[in-house]
Design a protein around this ligand. Structure first.
Ligand SMILES: [Zn+2]
Length: 396
């Protein structure tokens, strides 16, 4: 698949301004694939050529301003849009997409315990292309309005509040402008614990077979969530930018968690199934605090290009540890940081692959190289540097 270069991203961002994605996903068409229909409204600032990205199983049809384009012009993951005129445009793309079993794009999982099936998305860094057609780069933010058709008995979760329209149809409230890699949905017969805080719906969710274990810790998880939410409001002048806060503990997740606006996903190993140490509880609390910091820093304010992802993570890392210390029963978190996380940074720093905390922009020329500079240095050494800065200058 073609990778996106920084030069291409800059050229595209100069040419177009993306306004809105209206996306309909049908999850009722079988175990292997789902249907994806996207309408993208955008403006070209001048006449020119560009492209949209998509990794379909089958590209059914494409129209630009009502005129059909040849689906066979799809070259790897790129569909060329040539001869654009200056002004408003609407691109419509209908495709069949593959579920993944690898945690990339729309992951599908059947629980061996009870045979129930769940799907959820992981779009970072460019896996949104596995779900719908998209101008996929972090600085082309847009409103995302998603709707889903899901099997009966499923609950749908998204970045905004999801509404059950009946007959398996769900609509998700449109987002404020967000980056393409932050769009998220999760669907399945989730077990949910719902509450309200500061006038917003809060929910925690897991697969049904883990329900008793989530219920046993629901108070603890929600207490940490509320305390961090309140503390961030004291620290940041900007109110929480989204309409709800759901935390879904999902199966077979590759990372620790992902900061999708309004729908954070966590690996469901964080739903403890047996006695754990208090250090493990503190680690889970830290991840809750870290992901919530991203709602402001990462989701509301976003990097332009992937060379700046370190600041996303260093800041969330710093804020996560510091906020837990200030606002929860976990008052000793910097000790765990010193033992646990800093050694991760030291390790990475002693390898031949070491790099500055903020990589040289030339070191990240394209999406394929973005993750080569993303390790313990980006998280732990960066958070240490920020903490040192706070020691010198004060937090304000
Ligand atoms: Zn993070």
């Amino acid at each position: 698949m073609s990778v996106l270069t920084r030069d291409e991203a800059q050229t595209r961002a100069q040419l177009i301004d993306v306004h809105r994605y209206t996306v309909a996903l049908d999850l009722t068409t079988g175990d292997e694939t789902f249907e994806s229909r996207a309408a993208i409204q955008f403006t070209a600032r001048a006449a020119g050529d560009t492209f949209v990205e998509l990794k379909p199983a089958l590209l059914r049809s494409v129209t630009l301003d009502g005129q059909p384009l040849d689906p066979h012009t799809l070259d790897q993951n790129r569909l060329a849009l040539t001869g654009l005129t200056e002004g408003e445009h609407e691109l419509r793309v209908d495709a069949t997409m593959r579920y993944s079993r690898t945690g990339e794009g729309m992951h599908r999982f059947t629980d061996p315990t009870d045979g129930e099936t769940y799907v959820y998305t992981q779009m970072f860094l460019e896996d949104v292309q596995r779900v719908f057609a998209v101008f996929d780069q972090p600085d082309l933010k847009a409103v995302f309005a998603l709707s889903l058709t899901a099997p009966e008995g499923w609950t749908v979760l998204g970045n905004g509040i999801a509404t059950d329209e009946g007959d398996g149809h769900w609509s998700i409230a449109p987002t404020p402008p967000i980056s393409t890699y932050l769009v998220a949905v999760a669907a399945g017969p989730w077990h949910s614990v719902r509450t309200e805080h500061a006038g917003l719906p809060f929910g925690i969710h897991c697969r049904r077979s883990l329900a008793p274990h989530l219920d046993a810790d629901a108070d603890e998880i929600l207490t940490i969530t509320r305390a961090c939410y309140d503390r961030y409001h004291e620290k940041f002048k900007e109110p929480y930018p989204f309409d709800s806060y759901d935390q879904a503990f999902v199966p077979e997740f590759n990372a620790g968690a992902m900061e999708n606006p309004g729908l954070v996903t966590f690996r469901d190993e964080f739903v403890y199934r047996s006695a754990v140490t208090d250090t493990e509880r503190q680690t889970r609390a830290m991840v809750i605090a870290h992901e919530m910091a991203h709602m402001w820093f990462g989701d509301l304010v976003t990097l332009t290009w992937w060379d700046d992802i370190w600041l996303n993570e260093s800041f969330a890392e710093y804020m996560g540890y510091q906020t837990l210390t200030e606002a929860t029963r976990h008052t000793d978190t910097w000790v765990a940081f010193g033992i646990d996380r800093k050694s991760w940074g030291y390790d990475a720093d002693q390898r031949p692959s070491t790099h500055p905390v903020a990589p040289d922009p030339d070191a990240v020329p394209d999406t394929a190289s973005a993750m080569l500079n993303f390790d313990g240095i980006s998280y732990a050494k960066g958070a240490s540097a920020l903490r040192q800065l706070v020691a010198w200058l004060g937090e304000k």
